[in-house]
Design a protein. Structure first.
Length: 129
């Protein structure tokens, strides 16, 4: 599957009560998530970005890192990952109805073919993903 790398700047805010909140300014006009540690907060930011973009046909343009302004106590970071890999790891399934010749259905059933697995595999191959 071809890689579809997405990269977005984020702003980390240390919370007084502990943990970190993360602002992702380029997603939906500004989206937020949080984590107990910096690592967890950045992982949650990746999950937020992936979830918001998984079905998108057009991706939001990322603000250049150097243009991102932050408060003195905040920090800038970059979240970058393969959106196609995210899609595969978080795939929702959907039911589809297909028509095939009866003799193929019967032969496949005799051999215990899993139609869902076969169709999924064939689509991955056909679409090169």
């Amino acid at each position: 599957m071809a890689e579809q790398r997405v990269t977005y700047p984020v702003i980390l805010h240390a919370e007084a009560a502990g943990g970190y909140s993360v602002e992702v300014p380029d997603i939906n006009g500004g989206s937020w998530t949080q984590g107990e540690t910096v690592t967890e907060a950045l992982t949650m930011a990746q999950d937020l970005i992936g979830t918001m973009l998984v079905d998108a046909t057009e991706l939001p343009v990322a603000t250049p890192f150097e243009r991102l302004s932050v408060a003195p106590d905040d920090a800038k970071a970059v979240v970058s990952f393969d959106l196609n890999d995210f899609r595969q790891r978080n795939a929702k399934t959907t039911r589809v109805n297909v028509s095939i010749p009866e003799y193929l259905r019967d032969a496949a059933r005799k051999q215990g073919v899993n139609f869902s697995r076969l169709l999924t595999s064939a689509l991955h191959q056909k679409l090169d993903i």
